[in-house]
Design a protein around this ligand. Structure first.
Ligand code: PEP
Ligand code: MG
Length: 897
């Protein structure tokens, strides 16, 4: 039984692991009886054996011999034969398509003798010599690693010597001479002769394909596409058929439907008298399939029949490569075709309507990533990019396309926006004080920070276009300019940022709004009424159908992270079934900051209480508004979390201020006292310092104030006839004792408020699980918690010991380049590590309290891959930014089917 080689007639489409995508589909077409040139596939297992040992397994040599002889017998031709030579192509074919990444060698089997045989067989000497020179060129470049330019230059010289410009104008003699030149290039560059023995050519080409799996560009591509490095590639050895044997031959590509729009019909390009690469290279104008019907009706009819069979068989859009050799159709490749995001939704629904697939299958064929692409406005496409000046490229942090005037501080952003101008807030990095400016801006651009930096998280939360970490940018906030690549942008100059690619462009770029987002926010009728054409209407309907099916199928609930009534309402529109995380720290910024400063720095209880009393009605209103927007739905309000220093003046700024005062002899006692307090409370590592529950237990009255505000807001909503479902969540709990203390206060305060207001306020109290210790002691914590919500941002930070604010810009790029990470663990949950803690906490928590409600509210709650994991471990809900709610609905549906 052969281990490493399978004839095309032996496999099928489900063996992609072993045969690679191309090999599996060639086998499937062979099985269907379609005209595939005979051949065989060397399996990925052979490649893996080669990668392990650096040697071709000896059994492979034997199996290749058997397969070649079988092929020769089947076709009645021999490799390297004088008169009637068999030629083969050698092509890579991994499980996941890696277009253009790996090697192909055509015409293997030609040498000084068999080129004569090919001339005889084809009756075309020019063709034979052209095939031979192509072999030496491809072989030299890919197998012998010779600079391809040397061959192209020799070809150009040959054309110049003949005074012609096109390859086809070289005759047989020119090409024979060129073959001599090419062989000389091989000799000089590789120190060896071009191998004349066909089997040596074949063996070397196979090894070159194996080796091409490990090239730098292939590795990079895999990292980007998250394809594992250890899969290896298969090698397809296929008997050659020729599309360049004169006017009755040709080669082409075809799609069973339009991959852009999804429409059924005949789509494809055909090139008469040409070989594979010529079509892609765009050397000559191609014909349409309709034109092919005129040229060769029989081959055209056969092709259409094959296309229909393939589409029926795969029940999906297929793309096909074919060749016609002197009127005979050959199918060279097929695969389920790649498609744009709009086409994916349309095609899925079309196939349902044609009764080819079920709604479950339609749901499985679209992804959250595709839906997310459809949600954003986009830059209008340009035919020629040259007049767009790319200023720089940063990290794509929050998608969309934004055009506006550059401004360099949040106050100007807010002011200009109030004047009706579109602005893009440009900062070295952002901090909570920039929030107002970020809200006012249409887009945010930073020079520093990664995808989970403050700017990125906040922008995503708001659905605001954002590019971060554009490190080339030199921002001078004093002069109000930024400079990169020799261009200087002044405040007020128009720039455009693309949050999907990270591009930062000078000047105005036209933007097209998203009809799908319109549908998600305002419903089907509005979106249909506004859609500019039928295709858009079809797309909107398709998204609606598939999302509704996802909603009906999913087990996971989808909540949103929202901290204003406005965001809450928006999230609800987008399908959120509750608020999974209402962060309260933003409620203490702006004008309220002084009050918080007073709470923190108060010398005595009276002073502190006065500040707390002033904050109470403000907080109560915040919560009342949010509960009104979320009437009837669970609303999880998290007590204040961030490190203390965020509420205090910056240590350096204040030190400078006080030093200057001292110099001028104008000392302000308040500033001096403040500086002393700020120094006292300064932390070297604030993210691991006095934040979350620790802050609540250390600063008297702070949590009490918030709990009271929530309880009073609930009472107010009840009094107004509402149906509030508030829950109180305690952040950064590491020990059950911390939670016990807060819970006891909460119970007491709720009892007080109930008595004062004459209603029963009895809210669930739970905590975030965002420290490894919390996960490991979840059995004990669950005794005090009615629910857990996994804060996977902090849990990732504390499990890996990566600072979520710094790490991505600093070294993640290198970590992904050298393969330590395939994706940022802050983006997609690290299932092996952090995921284990989640699972442990789920099991231990539920063991103590079987009805414990479990959710996740870290950024991962909106990440498609992570959602599958959360579904599998049995969480009740995921919570994500409002914008990602539809994506989470879709992915939760996909996870469930
Ligand atoms: C988390 O840590 O995952 C979380 C949701 O909290 P925050 O991002 O506010 O720290
Ligand atoms: Mg957290």
């Amino acid at each position: 039984m052969a281990r490493y080689v399978k004839d095309f007639s032996e496999g099928d489409k489900d063996q992609k692991d072993l045969l690679g995508g191309k090999g599996a589909n060639l086998a499937e077409m062979t099985r269907l009886g379609l005209p595939v040139p005979p051949g065989f596939t060397i399996t990925t297992e052979a490649c893996r054996a080669y990668m392990r040992t650096g040697e071709v397994p000896p059994e492979l040599r034997v199996e290749v011999t058997m397969a070649v002889r079988h092929l020769e017998d089947q076709l009645g031709r021999r490799l390297g034969d004088f008169h009637d030579p068999l030629l083969v192509s050698v092509r890579s074919g991994a499980k996941f398509s890696m277009p253009g990444m790996m090697e192909t060698v055509l015409n293997v089997g030609l040498n000084d003798a068999s080129v004569q045989g090919l001339a005889e067989l084809s009756g075309d000497e020019r063709f034979a010599w052209d095939s031979y020179r192509r072999l030496i060129q491809m072989f030299g470049r890919t197998v012998l690693d010779i600079d391809g330019d040397l061959f192209s230059e020799a070809l150009d010289k040959a054309k110049a010597a003949r005074g012609v410009t096109a390859d086809v104008d070289l005759d047989a003699d020119d090409l024979r001479t060129l073959v001599g030149t090419y062989k000389q290039i091989v000799r000089e560059q590789s120190g060896r002769e071009f191998p004349q023995h066909p089997r040596e050519q074949l063996d070397m080409a196979i090894v070159a394909v194996f080796d091409s799996w490990g090239t730098e560009r292939a590795r990079l591509y895999r990292r980007k596409e998250r394809i594992p490095d250890d899969l290896g590639t298969a090698v397809n050895v296929c008997s050659m058929v020729f599309g360049n044997l004169g006017p009755t031959s040709g080669t082409g590509v075809a799609f069973t439907r339009d991959p852009a729009s999804g429409r059924t019909g005949e789509f494809g390009d055909y090139l008469v008298n040409a070989q594979g690469e010529d079509v892609v290279a765009g050397i000559r104008n191609t014909l349409s399939l309709a034109d092919l019907e005129e040229v060769d009706p029989a081959a055209h009819a056969e092709l259409l029949q094959a296309m229909r069979r393939l589409e029926t068989h795969y029940r999906d859009l297929c793309d096909i490569e074919f060749t016609i050799e002197r009127g005979k159709l050959w199918m060279l490749q097929t695969r389920v075709g790649k498609r744009t995001a709009p086409a994916a939704f349309r095609i899925a629904c079309q196939l349902v309507d044609e009764h080819l697939i079920t709604m479950d299958e339609a749901l499985s064929r679209v992804t959250g990533a595709q839906l997310s692409q459809l949600q954003f406005p986009q830059f209008a496409p340009v035919d020629d990019d040259s007049d767009r000046v790319l200023l720089t490229r940063g990290m794509a942090a929050s998608p969309g396309a934004a055009v506006g005037m550059a401004v360099f501080d949040p106050a100007t952003a807010a002011q200009w926006a109030a004047d009706g101008k579109d602005v893009i807030l440009v900062r070295r990095e952002t901090n909570p004080d920039d929030l107002g400016g970020m809200i006012a801006a249409v887009g945010v651009l930073t020079a520093r920070g990664g995808k989970t930096s403050h700017a990125a998280v906040v922008a995503r939360g708001m659905g605001r276009t954002c590019v971060v970490g554009a490190e080339e940018l030199v921002i001078d906030s004093e002069a109000r300019t930024m400079t990169a690549r020799g261009h200087t942008v002044h405040e007020g100059d128009v720039i455009a940022i693309d949050g999907t690619s990270g591009d930062v462009v000078l000047g105005d770029v036209p933007v097209v709004p998203s009809p799908v987002q319109r549908y998600l926010e305002d419903g089907l009728d509005v979106a249909l009424a506004e859609a500019p054409d039928d295709e858009t209407r079809e797309l909107v309907r398709a998204v609606d159908r598939i999302l509704r099916h996802a909603d009906a199928s999913r087990r996971l609930h989808v909540h949103a992270n929202a901290d204003t009534a406005e965001d809450a309402a928006r999230a609800r529109h987008l399908g959120a079934q509750g608020i999974g995380l209402c962060r309260t720290e933003h409620m203490f910024l702006g004008e309220r900051r002084v009050l918080v400063e007073r709470v923190v720095l108060a010398d005595d209880d009276t002073e502190r209480q006065a500040a707390l009393d002033a904050l109470l009605p403000l907080q109560r209103q915040d919560f009342t508004d949010i509960l009104a927007a979320m009437d009837g739905l669970p609303t999880t309000i998290r007590l204040i979390d961030p490190p203390l220093h965020e509420f205090l003046p910056d240590l350096t700024d204040l030190s400078v201020k006080v030093a200057l005062q001292a110099e001028r002899g104008e000392v302000d006692e308040h500033d001096v006292t403040l500086l002393a307090a700020v120094r006292r409370m300064h932390e070297a590592n604030p993210m691991l310092g006095l934040r979350g529950v620790r802050l609540g237990l250390v600063i008297p009255g702070l949590f009490d104030l918030q709990i009271r505000a929530v309880a009073e807001a609930v009472a107010a909503r009840l009094a107004a006839g509402g149906d509030p479902h508030a829950e109180i969540m305690v952040p950064l709990v590491g020990s059950v004792q911390e939670l016990r203390l807060v819970r006891e206060r909460a119970v007491a305060i709720m009892a007080e408020v109930s008595a004062e207001q004459g209603v029963t306020v009895d809210l669930p109290v739970g905590c975030m699980i965002e420290l490894p210790r919390a996960a490991l002691t979840a059995d004990r914590i669950a005794a005090q918690a009615q629910f857990f919500s996994f804060g996977t941002n902090d849990l990732t930070q504390t499990t890996w010991g990566f600072s979520r604010d710094d790490v991505e810009g600093a070294f993640f790029a290198q970590y992904t380049a050298n393969g330590v990470l395939s994706v940022s663990p802050f983006e997609t949950l690290d299932v092996k590590g952090v995921g284990q803690l989640v699972q442990i906490a789920v099991e231990r928590g539920r063991a103590t309290r079987p009805d414990l409600t479990l959710g996740v509210c870290g950024e991962h709650g909106g990440d498609p891959e992570s959602i599958r994991f959360f579904d599998a471990v049995g969480l009740d809900y995921v919570s994500c930014s409002p914008f990602r709610v539809p994506i989470a609905r879709l992915e939760a549906g996909r996870a469930a089917i």
